[in-house]
Design a protein around this ligand. Structure first.
Ligand code: HEM
Length: 403
């Protein structure tokens, strides 16, 4: 049987991917060919189904359950991270770092996040124009997570280039395996050097804590340590960039909501939740692997198959959110699935919220008359199958001198 290609990969690069997501939601779970994995995947897009699936132990986070992916994963140290494992391994790995990301620990970072945000905006405000992704949305979270882990500032640019290579998943296992393997090896070499440097010169940072946990006992082995470092560094910034970029554009497209937020900054925490729901970084969604046959929305998904839980579609489900395609910065409460759900619920959610809240508060306070500097059609989106974000966001505003 031929499986039709999923329109999702192309849709995520469109300014308006929502009609495609809505059609998938309305059709119920369907089997589609994923052009990135070159495999058939089941697309699940209704809120209720996605929510239930995210806490269903029959759907694993471990890609080794997908027979077709095993050869790709051989020797891949990255698949040893908490996001690619199930309990009990997952529980052990997550427990090692969860303390560093509690709401209380994250709150203590507020003054430093504020300082980094202010310093970035000081460079922008006197000019009247800026490219907000490269000059603000990206350097803010990469600096925060880099400092938290203890990655030297000088390495962050190189690290970013490798991340792009590693996250650029193979389109064709035959042709692209060598390129992807080389990128992973470069990343592995860099992380191993970084860990070695921490061992030689321990510091007051999260990476030193993890190195000590590895050296002291059996709690984390050497490969797991590298996988954990990679996951925290990457998950710590690639998503938040898109929260700030996509969110700013969403506000610019809804001037009434932008004005409302400017007039009442106490709405910012709610606005961040609404922006996560409305055009969150994870789009189309999260991948899972069926460990046994199971039924979702009346459809049987066989063991070993790949499932895409389209959280971006779920977060616009009219059965869950009234008027889901309108932005309402005063909308009550979270309930969205932008941070996932269940045991893998985003570990960094408190940090992402803190960064988002400070970023939007300061952007609105310090860039008066914020407007797009280019025609909306000229904006380009990048989509790698999991995340969707703007490549660049050129803006204009009324310049103000730094005091
Ligand atoms: C997991 C989204 C920021 C660290 C996740 C998951 C989602 C997500 C949807 C669940 C993955 C799954 O179920 O397979 C986001 C969004 C962010 C963000 C939208 C920003 C707006 C961060 C930050 C960190 C972080 C700042 C900091 C280190 C993690 C980690 C996991 C994770 C470690 C894996 C948790 C586990 O497997 O138990 N994130 N994230 N994230 N996130 Fe985030």
């Amino acid at each position: 049987m031929t499986v039709p290609a999923t329109p999702l990969a192309e849709a995520a690069e469109l300014a308006d991917p929502w009609p495609v997501l809505a059609a998938l939601r309305e059709s119920g779970p369907v089997r589609r060919l994923d052009p990135r994995l070159r495999l058939p995947v089941w697309v699940v897009a209704r809120y209720e189904d996605v929510l239930a699936a995210l806490s269903d132990p029959r759907l694993s986070n471990d890609p080794h359950h997908a027979v077709a992916l095993r050869s790709l994963l051989r020797g891949d140290f990255l698949s040893r991270s908490m996001i690619g494992t199930d309990p009990p391994e997952h529980t052990r790995l997550r427990r090692l770092v969860s303390k560093a990301f509690t709401a209380r620990r994250v709150e203590a970072l507020r003054p430093r996040v504020q300082q980094i945000t202010d310093a970035l905006l000081d460079r922008i405000t006197p000019r009247g124009t800026a490219e907000l992704v490269g000059e603000f949305a990206l350097p803010l979270p990469i600096t925060v997570i880099g400092e938290l882990l203890g990655v030297p500032a000088a390495d962050r640019e190189r690290f970013r280039a490798w991340t792009d290579e590693v996250l650029d998943q193979p389109f064709d296992p035959q042709e692209d395996l060598a390129r992807v393997t080389a990128a992973r090896e470069r990343m592995h070499g860099y992380l191993a050097d970084l860990v070695q440097a921490k061992r030689a010169r321990p510091a007051d940072d999260l990476l030193t804590d993890l190195v000590e946990a590895t050296d002291e006992g059996e709690r984390l082995d050497a490969q797991e340590l590298l996988a954990m470092t990679f996951l925290l560094l990457v998950a710590g910034y690639v998503t938040t960039v898109n929260l700030i970029g996509n969110g700013t554009l969403a506000l610019l497209r809804s001037p009434d909501q932008l004005d409302r937020l400017r007039a009442d900054p106490s709405l910012v925490p709610q606005a961040v939740e609404e922006l996560l729901r409305f055009d969150g970084p994870v789009n189309p969604g999260l991948t899972r692997y069926a460990v046994e046959d199971l039924e979702i929305g009346g459809v049987t998904i066989p063991r070993g198959d790949v499932v895409l839980l389209a959280v971006a579609a779920a977060d616009r489900d009219p059965d869950r959110f009234p008027d889901p395609d309108s932005l309402d910065v005063g909308a009550a409460g979270p309930g969205h699935l932008a941070f996932g759900h269940g045991v893998h619920y985003c570990l960094g959610a408190p940090l992402a919220r803190l960064e988002g809240q400070i970023a939007f508060t300061q952007l609105l306070a310090r860039l008066p008359d914020l407007a797009l500097a280019v025609d909306e059609d000229a904006l380009q989106w990048s989509a790698g199958g999991v995340l969707r974000g703007l490549k660049e966001l050129p803006v204009t505003f009324t310049p103000t001198p730094v005091t």
